[in-house]
Design a protein around this ligand. Sequence first.
Ligand SMILES: [Ca+2]
Ligand SMILES: [Ca+2]
Length: 181
Amino acid sequence: MIPSKLATVFSFIIYLQYSHCCEINLDVVDANTDVCVNTPLNIPVITTYGNKTYYLEVNNQVNWHNAYLACKQYNMELISIDSDAEFDYIREFIKSRTTAQKFHVWTSGNDLGTEGEYKWMSNGRRVFSNRWHKGQPDNAGSIEDCIHFWHVSNVYLLNDSNCAHNMAFICQSIKKPCSFQ
Ligand SMILES: [Ca+2]
Ligand SMILES: [Ca+2]
């Protein structure tokens, strides 16, 4: 009888452990399968191009690593640019949202893995672009590893810069903003 009672107690303990486990797991699954993007929508900084939705953060300027993490918190990715046409669209979008001089914007492009091999962090693809500022990328001071929209004389083109600098940033997603659904 005693072993039987012990078995009952152990069964109950196992039940409690599994029921606790599974409830938590379901919550995690729900969080990861959101069908829309929860970006801060109190300012009109969202646009779409092709199947992508973009969020431009203009008020919170941060270093490249924190820009990457901030996009993750919105269930998005720091922007990758698949074509010069996409670059031109985003450049005009940035220009339409700010007249500030020297307004620089982080992308996910970087050569942090291997110096001189520029890749988009969000999809691992190599950076092929005709939209570099003249003489860029130059790895100036041997400390420039992150790519941004560089605003010089009202022209936005790409530049590699020190990842520690604080800038605006753009997140992207193939999901729609929740408020648009
Ligand atoms: Ca570099
Ligand atoms: Ca540079």
